[in-house]
Design a protein around this ligand. Structure first.
Ligand code: NAD
Length: 480
């Protein structure tokens, strides 16, 4: 049994209540570890430590490039342990090893990217009038809170914590109760450095208890929340009570728009990969296929064949699709499949799979659903499983209308060889990222990521994320 602890003020802690939460391996739902059930008292201590560190002269004296070194040290440790970190992520989340390795690589790159940025956070000089020098400084916001979902733990912690520390903030992370292992290992990496106490803190526990206490804490200065829309709304309300800004990275129902003039082989690969990654348990999963009516039958037949060749099994066997995280996530997916079966046509999949030796794990055959009305819940809501819903269109206008016709707006894929068409779609689509003839661009550490509409607001990744963690001060000096 692996016992993981919280990290507060450079000390390893159990929760004040002494209670623990079991952690399961989705491959067979066996309990392999436990984490402290952090409470409000624990969050208070973590925020107090982060505040003390932020206000300290010692932290102010750490030069920007020294913060960069620190982040690069973490990147270095991630790379040194990339194999075991990937195994950990696979055991926690269930995802196939190759995908876990890509997540670990992305995590290292976030620390390197923001480590490199730490001493390049510049202000401006602004012309006012003769005799006045006006300039801006970008200052850290203070104590930053990071509330993380279960599906991409190491990547999501790394992307926001690296940006926050690079810009001179201190951080309190609330890891996901289902998938805490790589967060714990990252805390150990921080502990190996000569980091000042309180700069990085890790609290574990349930969302309604530890998460809510952190989001509503009066002494934090920013919340980065990544998770579902309903929780995002609660977090935003809690932060609003203290007039604390939030960055919300929420869900999606992202379309791949496939035009008749596309390179079909590339489009098929892109469409399949976009939905099966992490068994479809991905915010930016390409969960809707919008296909040009004139090539629908031919294209769909090829996608169906590709789906039927996919291997499903435990992530450690490095299959294409791993297990679903938990019983509750599985039951949610099955409910959508039943509804879709009643109201549409399941072309392939649509059922649970028994995987020999992993009877207690929840595995779902990759599924394609056709014939639904676009208002159907399976077309509008996040299913969070390996389930692709298909809709046909005629012409760019209808493609756009369908693509924009959900409450979400995270990512869009466009497949066409016509550059003008690709630009017209990119111009009118309501989503934070648009990929033309690719989907995901290999993770895109440098590119801003975030949502339109209920997919959230604010941007993570790239230089854009620095805006979350800095605030602008204007100084005007009259010298004549
Ligand atoms: P979730 O909203 O249930 O939980 C996310 C985190 O919030 C967890 O750490 C949880 O403990 C905590 N939490 C729960 N209730 C809380 C509360 N009242 N106050 C504060 N914190 C609380 O989401 P999940 O099921 O872990 O993750 C899946 C969701 O995350 C999906 O909707 C997915 O699309 C989204 N997601 C978005 C992105 C992105 O970058 N846009 C990335 C990954 C996942």
């Amino acid at each position: 049994m692996k016992e993981m602890l919280m990290y507060i003020n450079n000390q390893w802690k159990e929760s004040t209540s002494g209670k623990f939460i079991d952690v399961m391996d989705p491959a067979d739902q066996s309990v392999y570890g436990k984490i402290p059930q952090g409470s409000k008292e624990d969050v208070d201590k973590a925020v107090e430590a982060a505040r003390k560190a932020f206000e300290s002269e010692e932290w102010k004296k750490v030069k920007p490039h020294e913060r960069g070194y620190l982040l690069n040290k973490i990147a270095h440790r991630i790379r040194e342990e990339k194999e075991s970190l990937a195994m950990m992520e696979t055991q926690d989340v269930g995802k196939p090893l190759t995908q876990a390795k890509a997540d670990v690589e992305a995590a290292a790159r976030y620390f390197e990217f923001y480590g490199g940025v730490a001493d390049k956070i510049l202000g401006e000089t602004i012309p006012i009038e003769d005799g006045i020098l006006d300039f801006t400084v970008r200052e850290p916001v203070g104590v930053t809170a990071h509330i993380v979902p279960w599906n991409y733990p190491i990547q999501i912690i790394s992307r926001s914590v690296a940006a926050a520390i690079a810009t001179g903030n201190t951080a309190v992370v609330k890891s996901a109760e289902d998938t805490p292992a790589t967060a714990y290992r990252l805390a150990q990496f921080f502990d190996e450095t000569d980091l000042l106490p309180g700069v990085f803190n890790l609290v574990t526990g349930y969302g309604k208890e530890a998460g809510a206490s952190l989001a509503g804490h009066p002494d934090i200065n920013h919340v980065t929340f990544t998770g579902s829309v309903p929780t995002g709304i609660s977090v935003m309300k809690a932060a609003a009570e203290n007039v604390v800004p939030v960055t919300l990275e929420l869900g999606g129902k992202s379309p791949n728009i496939v035009f008749a003039d596309c390179d079909q082989e590339k489009a098929i690969q892109g469409v399949v990969k976009a939905i099966i990654q992490n068994a479809g348990q991905t915010c930016s999963a390409g969960s809707r296929l919008l296909i040009d009516r004139t090539v629908k039958d031919e294209f769909l037949e090829k996608v169906t064949n590709a789906f039927q060749e996919l291997q499903v099994g435990p992530g450690k066997d490095d299959v294409d699709i791993g297990p679903i995280l938990s019983k509750s996530q599985f039951e949610k997916i099955i409910a959508y499949l039943k509804l879709a079966d009643k109201d549409g046509e399941i072309l392939t999949g649509g059922r649970q799979l028994d995987i020999g030796g992993y009877d207690r794990g929840y595995y779902i055959a990759p599924t394609i659903i056709d014939g639904l009305d676009h208002n159907h819940p399976a077309a509008q809501e996040e299913i969070f499983g390996p389930v692709l819903t298909v809709f046909e269109f005629e012409g760019e206008d209808e493609a756009l209308r369908l693509a924009n016709d959900t409450e979400y707006g995270l990512v869009t894929g466009v497949w066409t060889e016509n550059i003008g068409k690709a630009h017209r779609i990119a111009d009118r689509i309501r989503s934070g990222q648009v990929f033309i003839n690719n989907y995901g661009a290999g993770g895109g550490i440098q590119m801003p990521f975030g949502g339109f509409k209920k997919s959230g607001f604010g941007r993570e990744k790239g230089l854009e994320a620095l805006k979350n963690y800095t605030t602008v001060k204007n100084v005007a000096i009259k010298y004549r």
